[in-house]
Design a protein around this ligand. Structure first.
Ligand code: CDP
Ligand code: MG
Length: 699
């Protein structure tokens, strides 16, 4: 029997959103869409939407939540006629972009017009035209700073809420505050697996709709003994599957871009050697990949080498993105080494770092589930059963509990949340982390001693970067080096632009060292940026020769333009120092200190090792630094904990008295704990005293 819905659509050949007739492609996709499990629940969903302000929806990954449900709501709410948009949030940039593109195609409208996306530093929507927008959760939270009731929207869909990112958690809290003041607003909270009890309690009285999954059994295979090197083990497993198993694509989870690119290269090399087997096609997937390359994961597997032979095999090598945010059809084999990169924050030493961490059991289950979408599959866990049972935690703790809250707290202040300590968090952060954030914002001058947002704090929150970087930019005007700091801050806001291919490490390091500066790595970044801009007419070749990632460099230019716009909006002159001026080095250092005075280390005279001020934690300079000597005082951008602790992107502080001048409250001798820094300051005081007396006597 023909689907009545489809029949109806076939009759009305005109697309209500464009006025044009539907293309063939539209009907082709429509048929597939209607087979998605969520389609059976369209009526229930719309009814819930009519009768409730908040509705919860749980459905297995791939059931059609992200792509279909917003379209149901478009049909119902007709945002194109009402001047109010529908927004659907995603914790991941890649998902926002890729899903927006897919939905534009499904609706047969132009991507970036009726349907678009917004991510940080990148807005792909059209004013007064876009009525369905996919947005990162962080960007919607930013919008709330300027429009606390989110009046632009008739409907807000929070997707992937099970990921429990900080921004999504805060948005949920805000929604609870907005709802009584916006009776017209409709909210849908969607997730793959849900801690149902917790959500139902949090959104008391809201209906829950469950879309049952449509999955096939997945056989789980564990390693017999622990793997020494999970990357090697992963490559080995891919090749074994390719040689021994039936056709079907492979999904391999790794932790980050560098690792992924490296493995793709190796697999490609090994695949080319295996001429007796079908074609093996590795495809990388990670968040900084440009949209057109991300689309490659949806392409068909390679053709057979000869007609009649088995088809080739795709191997998607991905970060956690493929765990729940993106569904790739055709995956039969999943390889799970059991690791992901996670943000970890230690409020005691205030350092936040991305670390390769074991995943949780819940993640492992999700990963395995990816293998059973189209037919029975297999999941290879590169760890032992015992390890799964004893070492993996049940759930990944929410980001709120393992992140530096400074940015978030500043945003909440800006939104005007009356009492942050009483804000209804789903799981409140540790009081210590909260106090730390308030303390840091106070040291930075964003909050005054009464705990109120200052003008400076308000200004800082307007910049779409961390408060430290915003402070650096604002202060640079005092030091007459706005232009230089815009370049440095932009370079700090992109992914690591330095490429270091495994077989060309030496050449890459040499290329990088050519940009070196005696003052340190921030100056090196400035040199890279300036030279890139001079060579922009031939950017690709230039980047290749200098082992730089051209995409990262291009985004630095775009970010810089946006930050410059904000500086101009605040009427800051875009001042520039000449490298020949004697203030050049000093003023750039001073600007850096004004934002990063809490990220300073000095050498301990007796051990010669660096210690982070106040925490006295011992650290090394990261191997990548261009500093040839070890300056006594340094300011750093990032703390990295692997087997040892190190600091990355480091610049000398030529005169440590600047610390006392720029951040007197933080470097107050009365509160500064014992340690190398205190020793220097005390010595300075002591050594200078007789001198001062002598001078007086002479007078
Ligand atoms: O959000 P959920 O995981 O429930 O599913 P979805 O992302 O809406 O995906 C539904 C279907 O659309 C899946 O079968 C995907 O393979 C397909 N899809 C696609 O073909 N291309 C995309 N860019 C996104 C989704
Ligand atoms: Mg989804």
């Amino acid at each position: 029997m023909e689907n009545p819905y489809l029949a109806h659509r076939k009759e009305s050949k005109e697309n209500p959103y464009t006025g044009k007739s539907y293309t063939e492609n539209y009907f082709k996709i429509l048929e597939k869409r209607e087979q998605l499990p969520v389609f059976q629940y369209k009526k229930d969903l719309l009814e819930a939407l009519r009768n409730n302000q908040v509705t919860l929806l749980v459905g297995e990954t791939g059931s059609g939540k992200t792509t279909q449900v917003p379209q149901f709501f478009v049909e119902e709410l007709k945002p194109h006629l009402k001047n109010k948009m529908i927004v659907c949030t995603q914790p991941r940039r890649v998902a926002a972009m890729s899903v927006a593109k897919r939905v534009a195609e499904e609706m047969d409208v132009e991507f970036g017009r009726e349907v678009g996306y917004t991510i940080r530093f990148d807005d792909f929507t059209t004013n007064n035209k876009t009525f369905l927008k996919y947005s990162t959760d962080g960007m919607l939270l930013r919008e709330a700073m300027f429009d606390p009731l989110l009046t632009k929207y008739s409907c807000i869909i929070l997707d992937e809420t099970h990921e429990r990112t900080c921004a999504t958690d805060i948005l949920m809290g805000l929604i609870k505050e907005i709802i009584p003041r916006r009776p017209d607003l409709r909210v849908l909270v969607m997730s793959a697996t849900l801690d149902t009890e917790r959500f139902l309690k949090y959104f008391e009285g809201s209906p829950l709709i469950k879309v049952p999954g449509r999955t096939f059994p997945v056989e789980i295979l564990y390693s017999e003994k622990p793997e020494l090197d999970y990357v090697d083990a992963a490559i080995r497993t891919v090749l074994q599957i390719h040689m021994k198993e039936d056709p079907g694509d492979i999904l391999l989870f790794l932790t980050g871009e560098e690792e992924i690119e490296d493995v793709c290269r190796k697999l490609s090399f090994r695949g080319n050697e295996m001429v007796d087997y079908p074609i093996l096609k590795p495809i990388p997937l990670y968040s900084s990949l440009p949209p057109n390359e991300q689309q490659r994961i949806f392409c068909d597997p390679p053709k057979p080498r000869e007609p009649g032979k088995p088809p080739g095999r795709k191997v998607i090598v991905s970060t956690n993105i493929a765990e729940t945010s993106l569904t790739i059809d055709g995956i039969v084999y999943v390889i799970d080494p059991g690791f992901c990169k996670q943000k970890i924050y230690n409020p005691r030493n205030r350092v936040e770092s991305l670390q390769v961490t074991p995943i949780s059991q819940a993640s492992a289950e999700q990963r395995a589930g990816r293998a059973g979408r189209t037919r029975p599959g297999k999941c290879y866990r590169l760890y032992t059963k015992e390890s799964y049972d004893t070492h993996l935690t049940k759930q990944t703790p929410p980001e709120m509990l393992r992140t530096n809250l400074t940015t978030v707290v500043l945003q909440l202040y800006r939104i005007g949340v009356a009492n942050i300590c009483k804000f209804h968090f789903m799981e409140p952060p540790a009081p210590e982390t909260m106090m730390r954030a308030l303390e840091i914002l106070n040291y930075m001058g964003a909050l005054d001693d009464e705990g109120d947002l200052t003008e400076l704090g308000k200004m800082m929150s307007d910049f779409p970067v961390d408060p430290q970087l915003a402070k650096v930019l604002i202060s640079s005007s005092k030091y007459k080096c706005v232009s230089q700091m815009l370049s440095i801050v932009s370079m700090l806001s992109i992914q690591n632009p330095f490429l270091r291919p495994a077989d060309k490490k030496k050449e890459a390091d040499r290329a990088r060292q050519a940009f070196a500066d005696v003052c340190g790595d921030h100056f090196l970044l400035l040199n890279v940026y300036d030279t890139y801009v001079k060579n922009q007419f031939d950017a690709k070749r230039w980047c290749r020769e200098n082992f730089l990632n051209p995409r990262a460099m291009a985004s630095a230019v775009r970010i810089r333009e946006q930050l410059e716009k904000i500086m101009k909006r605040f009427k800051f002159e875009i001042s520039e120092l000449s490298p020949l001026q004697k203030e050049f080095q000093n003023n750039i250092q001073k600007s850096l200190i004004s934002g990063f005075f809490m990220q300073v280390a000095c050498t301990n005279k007796s051990t010669g090792k660096y210690e982070i001020i106040k925490e006295n934690e011992k650290v090394d300079l990261h191997l990548s630094t261009c500093l040839q000597s070890k300056p006594t005082w340094v300011v750093f951008n990032e703390y990295i904990q692997t087997t040892t602790a190190s600091i990355r992107t480091v610049t000398e502080i030529s005169n440590y008295k600047w610390l006392l001048e720029i951040a007197p409250a933080y470097y107050d001798l009365d509160t500064l704990p014992a340690g190398a820094a205190r020793d220097y300051f005390i010595k300075e005081k002591y050594e200078n005293k007789p001198k001062a007396k002598k001078q007086k006597r002479h007078k």
